[in-house]
Structures are given as C-alpha cells and as structure tokens.
Write a protein that binds this ligand. Structure first.
Ligand SMILES: *Cc1c(COP(=O)(O)O)cnc(C)c1O
Length: 443
C-alpha cells in the first residue's frame, strides 16, 4: 500500500498552480526552478511579533539567513525593520546590500573569521561570541567603536554540542569584558539548541536571565538574551504522519532502501512556528515559579530570537519538469530535469517527505493511479529526489511538472551545485498584482 503525506492545504499555492503560470515559467526558464512567496514570510514574521506583543515581552526577531539564499526574504526584513542572523562575510554583505542596517544584524557561527569580526564590529552588529580566543581577537581589534557582544552559552543539556562557552570560560569572558571597559558592550547571552522541544529552551532562557542579573553586578549592560532558532514547521497532518511512522519500511522505497524513523525531520508538529514561541514564553523555567515571560519582564531583559525555517513556512516551493517515465515491476521511476541537490534533506540520510504534486499541462486528466519514485537527471544511482514510491493520481508524462511543496526552509539551495554542469535552478519571486500573480527573478 502506498503511504501518502500530502502537505497541508494551501489555497494560495493552489491558485498559482491552477493559473498556468508554472508551466509558462518552466517553458521560459527551460528547466527546474524554485518559486518564492514573500507575502508568506511577512505573515510569519508578523505572527512571531504578535506572540511577543501578546506576552508583553520586549523582543526582536532576527531571520536566520542560512535557511535560504534568496534576497527576497532579506529585503522583507529590511522593509519590516526585522533583524537578520548571519554567519559569514558573504551573508553579512548580502544583508547590508539589501538594506538591513548593521545594528540590526546578529553574527553567529563558530570561530568567526577576522574580517567578519572587523566588518561586524564597524557596522555595529551584535556579535554572538562562541569562544574565548574569539572574544580576545574581537577585543584586540581597533574597530573605532565598542564591539557589541552576546556570550554564547554551551548548553549543559546537550553535552555533544560543539558550540558555546562552558561555565569556566563564561566567567573568564565576563571578567575580560568588564576589564575591557569601552572597547566592548556586553549586551547579554545567547544559545541555539538542536531539536525542537519547548521546555529545554525555556529552562536555558531562564538561566540566561539569571546570568544577565549577575553580569550587571559587574557593571556590564547585559539586558538581552537570544534563544536562537529551532521553531518547528508543521508540514503534514497528524494522522497521516502517525500512520506513516508506524507503517513505513523498505517496501515503500525504491531499491528496498531503509530509513530510520528517527532520522526524519518531524514533519508534523502540533505546536509550530509562532505558537512554539508562545509556548516557550508561557513555560516555567526549571518547571516551577514564574513563566519565562514574567521573568524577562521582571528582569528588564529583551528576548531575541533567530528563526530560520519557521519564517519560511509555506514561503516557496520547488518545481521540476518531468523528463522521462520508466516502468519497473510494481512501480515506476520518474526522472525529472534537476537533481536531488535541490532538495537538501536527501543528503542527510533522510528524505523530504511532503508529497510532490503532479501538475499536468491539462488539469483534470483521467487516469489510473500510478506509483513511482523520483530520480534526478544525473548519472548517480543515489540521486533520488524521492525514494518513496509516491501515489500519483495518474502516470506522469514528459512535460508535466512536479511541485515539491514548502521547500523554502533549508531544502532549496543549501546543497545545490552545478553538478553535470547543469545550471542552478533560478528562484522566481511571485507576488500578487490585484488578483493576478506576477513574477520576477530573485537577485
Ligand atoms: C541555524 C541557526 C538558527 C536557525 O535555526 P532554525 O531551525 O532554522 O530556526 C538560529 N540561530 C543559530 C545560531 C543557528 O545556527
């Protein structure tokens, strides 16, 4: 039996798919492409801000740029006065070049390059310091203005993390900041946890609030904390997801490939995006006492957050033209123009699971349901966009389009390369002019 995992209904995407625009773009661009919906980014950003406002918490959202290389989303940040989280000189330049102000940037990442530290300090960006030697390099720079820093906390509950300062290093860092006087403005603390759980974030945030109070007693300003990203995205319905997790096995995949259920992204999350922020703010750090929101208010601490994936929820999809269809015993192999490099999950011993949608040139085509996996147009046996035998409503035909829904968060471009000298799929920004969708290339 085929297992289906349809993405949540999306009327805006349906309208675009029904409009014929995607076939026109595939014709015009001559290959695969991604489309982006910046209005969705605006909506997600507004939802995070509303969660802060409703909890009466002073806060700021920084979009974690690594989740998508497109400029369109950074432009939305500049327009909305939101911050951007960058981790390289390239990302920093791109954000500045699209109008985000230096003081609205937070610079994360381990052992930052000297040049990145220098530009960040000169631009007045907030720098999340990951190690003592990095702090020292920053203090030794003469940037001409005080370096704004957060100290990134090593998460005791995630002992395998390679990020952050442990207790001893944190105290040494605080001592050096206090001794550095006007060379540095120690604004607070930061963490970024892997996983998507609410309580560990509230627990560690509560600890960082206490650290702010301690740091203030040595004369440091310490008035903000960053809780990083990791707000989950809810891609598919609960019942489909539960059924999938219990039933999936090698028989569902091309070549009898086995996936461990625990290696999949949690494609269903009952509490996702801005709702997860609401839950973190309402949680009690350590399990007792006042909520995190109350502790932030009482201590006069501003909450910074760095969502990547969650700001991109439903803000784009990836479109691959069908290039060939081959029958095998019991199922088919659809080969598309494009490669699995444009669906990054395929490179993490995992699979991007929301079902691709088949768009025929003429809609409403009658046909027998057809099961097929989806391969890329490369000479590698392992280049599959989908190992799972997808239940298509009809046998795909050359020229049909496969739309992978909701790929803007991390799927589109983190692993793309011009393998086989195939050009990188361009990104098309779609907005609405009245009722009519219109497009431009992302630049
Ligand atoms: C990757 C990253 C983020 C964004 O994580 P998401 O899961 O996309 O929300 C935020 N902050 C830091 C420091 C990161 O490394």
């Amino acid at each position: 039996m085929a297992l289906t995992l349809p993405a949540h209904p999306d009327p805006l995407a349906d309208r675009i798919h029904d409009s014929g625009l995607l076939h026109e773009l595939a014709h015009g661009l001559g290959g695969p492409f991604h489309y982006l919906l910046p209005e969705r980014f605006d909506g997600n950003l507004a939802a995070f801000r509303a969660a802060l406002a409703d909890a009466e918490v002073e806060g700021r959202v920084y979009y974690a740029k690594k989740a998508n290389k497109a400029s369109a989303f950074v432009e939305r940040c500049a327009a909305a006065g939101a911050g951007v989280d960058v981790a390289s000189l390239g990302e920093l330049r791109d954000a500045l070049g699209h109008g985000v102000r230096g003081e609205d940037l937070v610079v994360t990442g381990p052992a930052k390059h000297e040049q990145l530290l220098r530009v960040a300090a000169r631009q007045g960006a907030l720098i999340a310091v990951d190690a003592l030697d990095e702090l020292q390099r920053l203090l030794d720079l003469d940037a001409g203005r005080p370096a704004r820093v957060l100290l990134r906390r090593y998460p005791p509950a995630q002992p395998r993390s390679r990020f952050g300062l442990d207790d001893a290093h944190l105290h040494e860092a605080l001592r050096r900041c206090a001794a550095a006087g006007d060379a540095v403005r120690m604004e607070g603390f930061a963490f970024h946890l892997s996983g998507y759980a609410v309580q560990p974030r509230a627990d560690l945030a509560g600890e960082l609030v206490e650290l702010c109070l301690e740091a203030r007693s040595s004369g440091l300003s310490a008035d903000r904390i960053s809780i990083g990203g990791g707000f989950p995205v809810d891609y598919v319905a609960a019942d489909a997801w539960d059924t999938f997790l219990t039933a999936q096995g090698p028989g569902h995949y091309h070549g009898g490939k086995a996936f461990a259920a625990g290696d999949f992204y949690p494609y269903h999350s009952p509490v996702a995006g801005a709702e997860a922020l609401r839950a973190i703010l309402a949680a009690r750090p350590g399990g007792t006492g006042p909520s995190l929101a109350e502790r932030l208010r009482q201590a006069g601490v501003t909450l910074l957050l760095e969502p990547g994936r969650a700001l991109l929820d439903r803000a784009g999809s990836s479109v691959f033209p069908v290039q060939g269809v081959k029958d095998r015993a019991g199922y088919g192999i659809v080969t598309v123009d494009g490669t699995s490099l444009s669906l990054s999950e395929q490179w993490f011993n995992s699979e991007y699971l929301p079902d691709p949608v088949l768009l025929g040139e003429r809609t409403g085509r009658a046909g027998q349901p057809y099961r097929a996996c989806v391969g890329g147009a490369s000479c590698l046996d392992s280049d599959l966009l989908t190992w799972r035998k997808i239940a298509f409503p009809a046998r795909p035909r050359v020229g049909d389009l496969l739309v992978y829904p909701n790929t803007a968060g991390y799927q589109m471009d983190s692993n793309e390369s011009p393998f086989h000298e195939l050009p990188l799929p361009p990104k098309v920004v779609i907005d609405h002019h009245g009722d009519r969708p219109r497009w431009r290339l992302d630049r």
